[in-house]
Design a protein around this ligand. Structure first.
Ligand code: ADP
Ligand code: MG
Length: 314
C-alpha cells in the first residue's frame, strides 16, 4: 500500500523571485518540480499537492491595475481563482508528462478550492497581509477613499494594500477532495490557500477580499486526506535556529514541544517559517505522523531521514 502524503510547494517551485515570470520560465520550473514529485511517487507515496500563489496573484493584480481604464478590476477572490486555475493547469500538464516519461499513468486533477473562513476572524478588523503593487503616499490615500482599501507603508519601501489573512476552518469541496484522493487520484487542491469564502447572514457562500496562508490551509488539507506525512517544500534545506544570525544552527529533528518552545522564542517568524512550523504542529496534533520541511532537491533524501528538518510528536 502506498503511503499517503501531502506535498506543499513553496513559491519558488513555480516562479523564482529573481525571474521575470514568463510562461516559459514557469513551465520549466513546474516541469522540474513535477519530475521531483514523480520521484516521490516512485518511492511508494500517494500524493496530493498544494502550492503557493504569491507571485502569480501579484502579477494578476498588477495587470488589472495597469489596465484599469479599459477593464474593470476583479476582486481578490476572483484573482485567487485565476491563479489556482493557471498554476493547476501547469502542474496537471507537467505531471502527466513526467508520469508518462516514467512509465506511469495516474489521474491528475486540480480541484478549484473554496476555503471557509469565519466572518468574525480578528484579521477582518486588523488586516496584516500586503498584496499587489507598491503605491505612492498620494495614490495610497486615493485608493483608501475610492475603494475603501487599507493601505500601509510597507517597511519604508512604499505603500501597499493590506488584506485580512484569516485562518482556514474548512473547504467547501472537502468531500470531493477526499473521495478523489482516496480512490487514487493525484489531487491538486487549496492552491494559494484556496479562495476565501464566508457563510453570510442568509446562509449563502460569499467570496471575501482576503488571502489565506497556504501553510495553514496545507495543515487542514493534510489531515483531511488522512496523510501520514506533510512534506513542506521551500527554498531552504532545513529550518534553523538563529536563522541568518551568528550562531545559526540547522535543525535535523525536533519534537512538537521543542518546536513550540522555539516558536515562542521567535526563531520562526510570521510570514515565512512561522506558519510552516505552526501548520506542522496543527497537523501532528490532529493525528499526522511526521512533517518534513526541506527543499525540492532534498525531498527524497529527507523522506529517508538523511536531509531536511523532521518534526514528530515525540
Ligand atoms: P515559501 O514560498 O516556501 O512559503 P517563504 O519565503 O514563505 O517560502 O519561507 C521560506 C523562507 O523562510 C526561507 O527562504 C528563509 O529566508 C525564511 N526563514 C525564516 N526563518 C527561518 C528559519 N528559522 N529557518 C529557515 N528559514 C527561515
Ligand atoms: Mg510562504
Amino acid at each position: 500500500m502506498p503511503r499517503n502524503m501531502l506535498v506543499s510547494l513553496g513559491g519558488n517551485a513555480i516562479l523564482k523571485y529573481t525571474e521575470e515570470g514568463t510562461a516559459q520560465e514557469q513551465f520549466e520550473n513546474v516541469e522540474t518540480t513535477s519530475r521531483h514529485i514523480v520521484e516521490l511517487i516512485e518511492e511508494g507515496y500517494h500524493v496530493a499537492i498544494t502550492h503557493g500563489n504569491g507571485p502569480q496573484v501579484g502579477d494578476i493584480l498588477l495587470v488589472y491595475e495597469l489596465a484599469r481604464k479599459t477593464l474593470p478590476p476583479m476582486p481578490l477572490d476572483v484573482c485567487g481563482a485565476q491563479s489556482q486555475g493557471m498554476i493547476g493547469y501547469m502542474l496537471q500538464l507537467s505531471l502527466k508528462n513526467m508520469l508518462k516519461a516514467a512509465g506511469m499513468a495516474r489521474p491528475v486533477v486540480t480541484l478549484l478550492t473554496q476555503t471557509l473562513v469565519h466572518q468574525d476572524d480578528p484579521e477582518f478588523k486588523m488586516p496584516t497581509k500586503p498584496v499587489g503593487p507598491f503605491y505612492t503616499a498620494m495614490e495610497a490615500s486615493k485608493l483608501h477613499e475610492k475603494r475603501g482599501w487599507t493601505v500601509v507603508n510597507d517597511s519604508g519601501r512604499g505603500y501597499r494594500r493590506v488584506v485580512p489573512s484569516p485562518l482556514p476552518v474548512g473547504f467547501v469541496e472537502e468531500k470531493s477532495i477526499k473521495t478523489l484522493f482516496l480512490e487514487g487520484t493525484i489531487v491538486i487542491a487549496s492552491g494559494g490557500g484556496g479562495i476565501p469564502v464566508i457563510i453570510n447572514e442568509e446562509g449563502m457562500l460569499q467570496g471575501v477580499e482576503a488571502v489565506i496562508d497556504k501553510d495553514h490551509a496545507a495543515a487542514y488539507l493534510a489531515s483531511l486526506i488522512e496523510a501520514e506525512i506533510l512534506l513542506i517544500l521551500t527554498d531552504v534545506e532545513k529550518a534553523a535556529l538563529n536563522y541568518g544570525k551568528p550562531g545559526q544552527r540547522d535543525i535535523d529533528h525536533i519534537t512538537v514541544s521543542e518546536a513550540e518552545h522555539y516558536l515562542q522564542e521567535g526563531h520562526f517568524p510570521p510570514g515565512n517559517m512561522g506558519p510552516k512550523v505552526e501548520s506542522a504542529l496543527t497537523f501532528l496534533e490532529k493525528g499526522g505522523e511526521k512533517v518534513i520541511i526541506t527543499s525540492l532537491e532534498h525531498a527524497v533524501d529527507a523522506l529517508k531521514g538523511n536531509a531536511g528538518t523532521t518534526i514528530t510528536k515525540a
